[in-house]
Design a protein around this ligand. Structure first.
Ligand code: ZN
Length: 285
C-alpha cells in the first residue's frame, strides 16, 4: 500500500495512492496515520479495507495538497554521515557508530510545500534520504527483529542550515529544525511495495541540475542495524520517523559551497518511493 495524507496543513485526511495512480479517501478505515493507528493494528485494518473498498472509495482531486504521509510523530530522528562519499565531502571521519541527531517534529511538511529559508540563514542546504517509519514499539531489539517493527518507507529531504548546524554551538538540531525543513512524501510505501530496500537509486536536482546521485546500497549502517541500534538507547514508538542519511552532492560539499536562494527549485526521488518538489522561498513573517 501507498499511504498519503491530503488536505490543508493541520487538517490532512488519510488516503491511499492506488496502483492506477488515483488517490482515494481512506477516512472510512482510519482516523489518521499516527501513533495510535500504527500501534493498534491500523495497517492490517487498512489493508483489509483497501482490498474490499479502495477501488470504489471517494476519489481525491489530484490538485488537492498532499501533506506528510504520516501525522506528526513522537520523534523525528536522523543518522548523520552514513555514506562514505558524503562523510568525505564534509571532511568528517567515517563514524564508528551511527551518528544520531534529531529534527524538531514541527519541521514536518508536505512533499510539494515550499522550503522556507529561515530568518538570518545564508547556508540552507538539501539532503535526499530514505526515512523509515516505525510500526511497533521497539526497545532493545536485534537486527533480525527490525523488519517486524517497520511500517514503511518515505522519501525525505533533510533540509539543513549549515551555519546553524555547525557554527552556533551545541547540537546539529539547531540547523535541522526550522519550519518546512522536513518535506516527507509523496507517500509511505509499506515494505511489500519495495523489492530490496538496500538497493534503491536516490537522486536530487537543483533547478534541473543533478546534485545527488546515490543508492541505498552504499549506506554505511543499513536500516536493520539503525533500527536495532537506536532501540538500545530509547523506545521507538509506532509512527516515529528515522531518516537514514544522505549521499554526496550537498551544497556544503561543493567548491565553492552552493546554498539555496529564493526562487530555487529542488526535486528529489527514490526508486519505489516517488518524487517530490519544493520551491524555495524567503522567510516572511
Ligand atoms: Zn541528513
Amino acid at each position: 500500500m501507498k499511504l498519503i495524507r491530503f488536505g490543508e496543513p493541520g487538517k490532512e485526511k488519510p488516503g491511499l495512492l492506488l496502483d492506477d495512480g488515483r488517490r482515494v479517501d481512506a477516512s472510512a478505515a482510519a482516523r489518521d496515520y499516527d501513533e495510535i493507528f500504527f500501534g493498534s493494528g491500523g495497517l492490517e485494518t487498512l489493508a483489509q479495507w483497501s482490498a474490499e473498498n479502495a477501488a470504489k472509495a471517494p476519489e481525491v482531486d489530484p490538485k488537492v495538497r498532499l501533506g506528510s504521509p504520516v501525522a506528526r510523530p513522537s520523534k523525528l530522528l536522523c543518522i548523520g554521515l552514513n555514506f562514505r562519499d558524503h562523510a568525505a565531502e564534509t571532511n568528517a571521519p567515517l563514524p564508528e557508530e551511527p551518528v544520531l541527531f534529531s529534527k524538531a517534529t514541527s519541521a514536518l511538511s508536505g512533499p510539494y510545500d515550499n522550503v522556507i529559508i529561515p530568518r538570518g540563514s545564508e547556508q540552507t542546504d538539501w539532503e535526499v534520504e530514505i526515512a523509515v517509519v516505525i510500526g511497533k514499539r521497539a526497545s532493545y531489539i536485534t537486527e533480525t527483529q527490525a523488519a517486524e517493527h517497520i511500517a514503511g518507507y518515505i522519501l525525505h529531504n533533510d533540509v539543513s542550515e549549515r551555519s546553524f548546524q555547525k557554527d552556533r554551538g551545541g547540537q546539529w538540531v539547531k540547523g535541522k529544525s526550522a519550519d518546512s525543513f522536513a518535506p516527507l512524501g509523496p507517500f509511505m510505501a509499506t515494505p511489500g511495495e519495495i523489492t530490496d530496500v538496500n538497493n534503491l537509486a536516490m537522486w536530487l536536482t537543483l533547478n534541473g541540475e543533478k546534485m545527488q546521485d546515490g543508492n541505498t546500497s552504499n549506506l554505511i549502517f543499513n536500516i536493520p542495524h539503525i533500527v536495532s541500534y537506536l532501540s538500545q538507547f530509547m523506545s521507538l514508538l509506532p509512527g516515529d520517523v528515522i531518516s537514514t542519511g544522505t549521499p554526496a552532492g550537498v551544497g556544503m560539499g561543493m567548491n565553492p559551497p552552493r546554498y539555496l536562494s529564493p526562487g530555487d527549485v529542488v526535486e528529489l526521488g527514490i526508486e519505489g518511493l516517488g518524487s517530490s518538489r519544493q520551491n524555495v522561498v524567503a522567510y516572511n513573517p
